[in-house]
Design a protein around this ligand. Structure first.
Ligand code: SAH
Length: 327
């Protein structure tokens, strides 16, 4: 689709059901009915950055900060593997404590298990990305957040959108499977810029795209702004599926936060991936990028069983392969 076609659909809410059905069919025809589960470990909530929407921004002094050490990370991996996970996602704030050498050690230990490994630890240099790849990392998640340059500057006053683009193209060049995505409903975000975001995912040739509604956090400068709209986020996701039939698309946790059935609705509107949390209960509430995060009191075992039941209830199954992007 070209920009005008995408924008026309974003502006018109009379055919949403049809759009979601079409995305669901394209998902079915191209990636099948299996849902890939990724076990998410949120290993540090310490962050040097100041993204205006994020509860983990360095200026928020009300979060109790934590770092999970190597051995404990491996315990969570072990448990996740026992629960059947075939992919581990390591996510954190931008925390310089995890130097290249520390990360390499952790990556190598995880790759002793039979799993694919995704990193989501922010903007790094080409050389750092190369070292993680050499150590065994398979995939990398880094949302562009928005491709609107002015809005990006507004949301990240001390960051540079060109560096974020540079990171994504470096990751591609290094042979990672690359996941990106955007927030939907940021203050002053336009539908036109969301159409540009979708075109960018395609231009990058992303392997995975995660779309989430913005959720307003009390301890950030955006506390007085309303949450993003669940249905608009779902439309951006469905349009992404229609334009990129073979990629992996997660039903995001933020969608479930705004709609109690959000992930199932997403799985029936183009998504084929879910990322349950496999971090220990003692850390979950502290990784508060936005409020109202689901499952903060649940153990990994419970999340695994719960999502499996939901997936089966809509006639879908859990994949038992690694879930790489099959082009
Ligand atoms: N530091 C890593 C991981 C960020 S957390 C990185 O920079 O990539 C993962 C995602 O959470 C972010 O990319 C962002 O899109 C999302 N997020 C952060 N704050 C949010 C909020 N208030 N509402 C919804 N999503 C948010």
């Amino acid at each position: 689709m070209n920009k005008k076609e995408i924008l026309d659909i974003l502006q018109d809410n009379t055919n949403n059901e049809q759009l979601f059905k079409k995305a669901d069919k394209i998902r079915h025809d191209n990636v099948g009915d299996d849902v890939h589960l990724r076990g998410l470990i949120e290993f540090s909530n310490i962050c040097k950055r100041q993204c205006k929407y994020c509860g983990l921004r360095s200026l928020n002094k009300e979060v109790e900060r934590y770092r999970i050490q190597k051995n404990e990370i491996i315990d969570y991996v072990h448990n996740a593997v026992n629960l059947g996970y075939k992919t581990i996602v390591l996510q954190s704030g931008e925390d310089d404590y995890y130097s290249v050498n520390r990360m390499i050690e952790i990556i190598k230990l995880i790759k002793e298990f039979d799993v694919a490994l995704t990193l989501s630890i922010g903007e790094k240099t080409y050389d750092e990305y190369r070292e993680y790849k050499k150590a065994g990392a398979d995939r990398y998640l880094l949302r562009i957040e928005t491709t609107d340059k002015d809005l990006y500057k507004e949301m990240h006053p001390y960051a540079d959108i060109e560096n974020r683009f540079r990171c994504l193209y470096d990751l591609k060049r290094l042979g990672y499977e690359v996941g990106t995505g955007c927030l939907v409903g940021l203050p002053n975000q336009t539908l036109e810029s969301l159409a540009d975001d979708i075109l960018f995912f395609k231009e990058l040739d992303a392997d995975m795209v995660g779309i989430g509604p913005f959720i307003s956090h009390e301890q950030t400068p955006l506390k007085d702004y309303p949450n993003g709209d669940f249905w608009l986020a779902l439309k951006v996701m469905a349009l992404t599926r229609i334009n990129m039939p073979t990629i992996n698309i997660p039903a995001t946790t933020a969608m479930e936060t705004l709609n109690p059935n959000g992930r199932i609705i997403a799985l029936q509107s183009g998504a084929n991936v879910v990322m349950p949390n496999v971090t220990g209960t003692e850390y979950r509430a502290k990784y508060e990028i936005y409020p109202g995060k689901i499952c903060i009191n649940d153990k990994p075992e419970k999340c695994r069983g719960c999502i499996e039941n939901k997936i089966k209830s809509i006639g879908r199954d859990i994949s038992n392969d690694y879930g790489f992007h099959k082009k």
